[in-house]
Ligand binder design. Structure first.
Ligand code: FSO
Ligand code: SF4
Length: 543
């Protein structure tokens, strides 16, 4: 196996024996094959569109779910991945028959096998290292990882019955382009930026889907303690799954708690209205082994990030959507279908209530509409000097001790600086009690990592209010933490929006070759992180 798609990759060069995430070699290889056939089907759909033929939503959803399944920590279930490969090959065969011109299609578009025993051999020839040139490989993977993130956001929008055919068409065209040996490094750099453009569109689509279905996030105080009823803990990112579970648990005596990225569900009017939505339990994804144990009740993983579960709670762990883990019950249900969570609810009734691990509350819900509603206050605070700077600290949390940098950095910030955050990165500092500036909390949490879109909308609005020509002239710094591929699309989207000098940590991606890293440094001022003291001085001067 070879996988270097996430921040925790072994030695920052690649997992080769087993994933640091727990991914086994066979699963890694089958994920490679799933990506390969998804690229193959995308070459066909791209040509079908060029021939003026329709590509159905079902085919678009097939490709996006395939990519989502291969995101770090989403799906460890070999059988589920194999079934996706088989299904994709079946659909690919049908689409190939619709093509008028089958000349010069890439091998991935033509390869087929309906004998599963052949899959592993094929998989061993189509992984990341099949691209020999280091820079081409780096750019192909950078694009593919961005597209994986874009697929995740598209899938969440699709679950709320919102589609953007242009995003899907781009996604498939770009995927197919990663098979094209005629593209130069410059072509691939251009495609990387175009991926960022569609990243913005994808996040805008999801923002529209979420706010249309559930209203605009609003300032919300979320309890982090526990109640007396048994509970179900919902993790991952899928708000539609949360909604279905809230409906089905009403009146059952079972409460629903959010975990990690699902915290953002608490901010939406149409979700927080459910009386059985209790607080948020625990922290970012990587602490789940202890926290799922002490939760006592069933846990529903709607997406990544799954940590291979302990035997003590595996019978309480359920997956749905893109998520999967061998030995865990998977709750079925396609886009537009009502999922049946009754088995989870019945199990919850027999479980003890959660054990309290924290008490108190956190405040969030500062997505664009809420912040813009406070715009006058914010602008006045900047003009009067009460707020000196905003620091975007969005992104992911993770196991690495090096990430304590973000806690220390948040603590060391001048008291007149405000953190803008989104994603699970916030758990490094959202319980620190950093206070407020004239009623504006010093940590403004917009929501999930895709809600980084909100942070961009806020920045663009501030640019307009202050009459600036360039977003980089705002009193705004970017110090972003990354872990998996959704953070890659967020990064590419920010680059597309013209944001310069983003600091990315705790390490720069291992999949960036020295030359590709150089392009990002020279054109966009991308940099890693230093010590807390040096970085504070860099952003604020001597304090
Ligand atoms: Fe975190 Fe996991 Fe949002 Fe990621 S829970 S790490 S970027 O999946 O999705 O921030
Ligand atoms: Fe390694 Fe990350 Fe790939 Fe898992 S997802 S195998 S930790 S690089």
């Amino acid at each position: 196996m070879f996988c270097y798609q996430c921040q925790e990759t072994a030695g920052n060069t690649g997992c080769t024996q087993v994933g640091v995430c727990g991914k086994k070699p066979e699963v890694a290889k089958m994920q490679d094959l799933l990506i390969y056939v998804s690229k193959g089907i995308s070459a066909i759909t791209t040509r079908l569109r060029a021939e003026g033929k329709e590509v159905s939503k079902e085919v678009n959803h097939l490709v996006t779910l395939n990519l989502f399944i291969t995101i770090t920590n989403a799906n460890f279930d070999n059988d589920a991945i194999t079934a996706r490969i088989k299904k994709t090959l079946e659909v690919k065969k049908e689409l190939l028959n619709e093509l008028s011109n089958k000349d010069n299609l890439p091998e991935a578009a033509l390869w087929e096998s309906f004998d599963e025993s052949e899959y592993l051999d094929k998989a061993s020839t189509v992984g990341v290292l099949a691209t020999k040139d280091e820079d081409v490989r780096s750019l192909r993977e950078l694009i593919t990882y961005g597209l994986k993130g874009l697929s995740a956001y598209s899938k969440h929008a699709n679950a709320l019955l919102q589609d953007d055919g242009e995003v899907d068409a781009f996604l498939q065209r770009a995927l197919a382009s990663t098979l094209d040996d005629s593209l130069s490094v410059d072509d691939l750099v251009a495609l990387t930026l175009e991926t960022g453009k569609y990243g913005v569109n994808g996040m805008a689509l999801l923002d529209k889907a979420n706010t249309t279905a559930y209203g605009n996030p609003e300032i919300t105080t979320v309890d982090i303690g526990v109640g007396k009823n048994p509970g179900i803990l919902v993790s991952g990112h899928d708000l539609r799954d949360l909604e279905m579970l809230l409906k089905q648990t009403q009146g059952t005596g079972v409460d629903v708690y959010t975990h990690s990225e699902m915290l953002a569900g608490q901010y939406y009017p149409e979700l927080k209205k459910y009386p059985n939505l209790k607080g948020n339990y625990g922290n970012a994804w990587w602490k789940q082994k202890e926290e799922f144990e002490s939760f006592n009740g069933p846990i529903l993983m709607t997406t990544n990030c799954i940590v291979p579960p302990k035997a003590s709670y595996i019978d309480r762990l359920y997956t749905t959507g893109s998520a999967g883990y061998p030995g865990c019950k998977h709750i079925a249900g396609d886009i537009g279908e009502e999922k049946d969570f009754s088995e989870i609810i019945e199990q919850a009734k027999k479980c003890a209530p959660p054990t309290e691990i924290e008490s108190g509350s956190i405040v969030g819900g500062f997505a664009h509409a809420q912040v813009l509603a406070l715009a006058d206050k914010v602008v006045d605070a900047v003009k009067s000097g009460a707020i000196s700077k905003f620091v975007v600290m969005a992104g992911c949390d993770g196991r690495s001790k090096a990430r304590n940098y973000y806690t220390d950095f948040a603590k060391a910030l001048p008291k007149d600086a405000v953190i803008l955050t989104a994603g699970c990165a916030k758990y490094k500092y959202n319980k620190l009690d950093l206070g407020d500036i004239g009623g504006i909390p010093r940590v403004l949490d917009a929501g999930q990592c895709n809600d980084s879109y909100s942070l961009a909308v806020i920045a663009l609005k501030l640019k307009e209010v202050f009459g600036l020509d360039d977003i980089n002239d705002l009193p705004l710094e970017f110090n972003i933490a990354w872990y998996e591929q959704k953070a890659v699309i967020v990064l590419l989207a920010l680059l597309y929006l013209g944001v310069k000098n983003i600091h990315l940590g705790p390490t720069l991606p291992g999949f960036l070759s020295p030359n590709v890293a150089k392009v990002l440094v020279e054109n966009f001022g991308i940099a890693g992180i230093g010590t807390v003291e040096d970085d504070i001085e860099l952003f604020f001067g001597k304090v």
